[in-house]
Design a protein around this ligand. Structure first.
Ligand code: ATP
Ligand code: MG
Length: 434
């Protein structure tokens, strides 16, 4: 046999291995490509990405065409390698065996593993590129692929298996979305990431969780002397104040300080003016999710709502700002003494107001006070004791030593919290404990 025919055969074998590698890589690229990235690029007008999405929409055809050609070149390579072996060494058994082992090695290294590793690493970049030749191959081999898939779907049917459905890939649960956001790495800045994650949580947080508790509400009591009311209005920190009548149980309306201004200027100001100025209070049930509340505020053109329990009893108030803070963190415009700077003192204790919100306390002090019951520290202590405590009493809730410092009007006003002992560490001396 002439020399050039051997070199032609060897060159063809190398070419077949290269093609085989290309198909292996393509298979991994298409399977590993991120559909969401492709979708966003396709939406931005990228033709390759759109082709890739089209191909991924028909997984059976896609795999069919890739595997058809991959197997075609692999088998051709095997046949050619036998021809070359016989050419070089005659029909010796050992030579045919050695040729098979050698070819297997080459296919694994150059046509399977290496191309697949490369494909997996650059899947997102390569998918739109390989989609051009793939779409072409799919067109020219349409009938062959269809014919092969006829048998595939027949077999799947016999085995009672369902072919892959595109829909299953397309929809994401909130949990999957959350982990995608958390793992987005450098693609999404950390601040945006935390906003997105918080957004998923809005459904699970109720207005009661984030409201300003009743004990901390700044309000106007119309039964107070007018001087006192005037003084109160002049020093009010807040813009919208609930107005109470007599028994301080019934809110007659919300006073917006800006609306008061006109009256103050024409000095026609007194109880009656306030009564005329208040707007109708807007009530919401305590178990409304803050996501729903956000929509309510929007629909009702409101910024503040009074939170009530199932008996209509006032529990607290919530404003738009309270909800937005859950998304993007605290604003610096909140009341200076609202406990924003709560932190452990040097002696490992801290004085806090009984009206403090448990969620916030847990967050600021790293505590684990239970959140499934009452929302405020006062509520928690009263529930724990089933009684109105005396000042000086000490209890322990969720490993946190708590000392009631001052009670007033059947409420726990001031409380001293002690830092819980770290697990395993020696318990620090706490009041009421030997
Ligand atoms: N009358 C009030 N008494 C107690 N807390 C209030 C009162 N009004 C608002 N808050 C609380 O103050 C925080 C800031 O809310 P927001 O900014 O809506 O009120 P504001 O500062 O009084 O009004 P604005 O910012 O429109 O002037 C929120 O945590 C809210 O619950
Ligand atoms: Mg404000």
């Amino acid at each position: 046999m002439p020399e050039y025919s051997l070199s032609l055969q060897l060159t063809s074998l190398v070419l077949l291995l290269v093609f085989s590698g290309a198909f292996s890589m393509t298979e991994t690229v298409m399977m590993a490509a991120n559909r969401y990235k492709l979708r966003s690029r396709a939406a931005a007008g990228h033709t390759g990405a759109r082709l890739a999405l089209d191909l991924l929409g028909k997984t059976d055809r896609l795999l069919g065409v890739i595997l058809l050609f991959n197997n075609l070149v692999n088998i051709a390579a095997a046949t050619l390698s036998s021809v070359i072996t016989i050419h070089l060494f005659g029909e010796e058994r050992w030579a045919l065996g050695a040729g098979t082992v050698l070819l297997t090695f080459f296919i694994l290294v150059f046509s399977e593993i290496t191309p697949k590793v490369i494909g997996a690493h650059h899947a997102d970049r390569l998918a739109p590129i390989v989609s051009y030749p793939l779409s072409f191959l799919l067109k020219v081999s349409y009938f062959a692929v269809w014919f092969v898939n006829l048998f595939v779907s027949g077999l799947l049917h016999v085995l009672r298996l369902k072919p892959v459905q595109e829909e299953g890939h397309a929809s994401l649960s909130i949990e999957e979305l959350r982990s995608m956001v958390l793992e987005s790495g450098q693609y999404i800045p950390a601040k945006h990431r935390s906003i997105l994650v918080n957004l998923f949580d809005l459904e699970n947080i109720t207005v009661e969780d984030v409201m300003t508790a009743r004990g901390a509400i700044e309000s106007i009591d119309l039964s107070a002397p007018e001087d006192e009311i005037r003084q109160h209005l002049a020093t009010s920190y807040h813009t919208r104040l609930p107005v109470f009548e007599d028994d301080s149980e019934r809110v007659i309306g919300i006073l917006h300080l800006r609306r008061l201004l006109g009256h103050v200027l024409d000095s026609e100001f007194g109880r009656e003016a306030i009564r005329e100025l208040v707007s109708k209070p807007y009530f919401v049930p305590a178990d409304t999710s803050i996501y729903t509340q956000l929509q309510f505020f929007q629909e009702n053109h409101q910024r503040m709502a009074l939170v009530v329990d199932e008996y209509g009893e006032l529990l607290g108030l919530i404003t738009l700002e309270d909800i937005i803070e859950e998304l993007i963190g605290k604003f610096t415009t909140s009341v200076p003494d609202s406990g924003d700077r709560v932190s452990w003192g040097e002696d490992g204790s801290v004085l806090v107001d009984g009206s403090q919100n448990l969620r916030e306390l847990n967050r600021k002090l790293g505590l684990k006070l239970p959140l499934d019951g009452p929302k405020t520290l006062n509520g928690l202590i009263l529930e724990h004791l089933q009684d109105i405590p005396e000042g000086g009493l000490s209890i322990k809730i969720a490993d946190t030593p708590i000392e009631v410092v001052q009670t007033q009007d059947r409420m726990v006003r001031t409380v001293r919290l002690f830092r819980p002992a770290a697990p395993g560490a020696e318990a620090p001396a706490t009041p009421g404990e030997a």
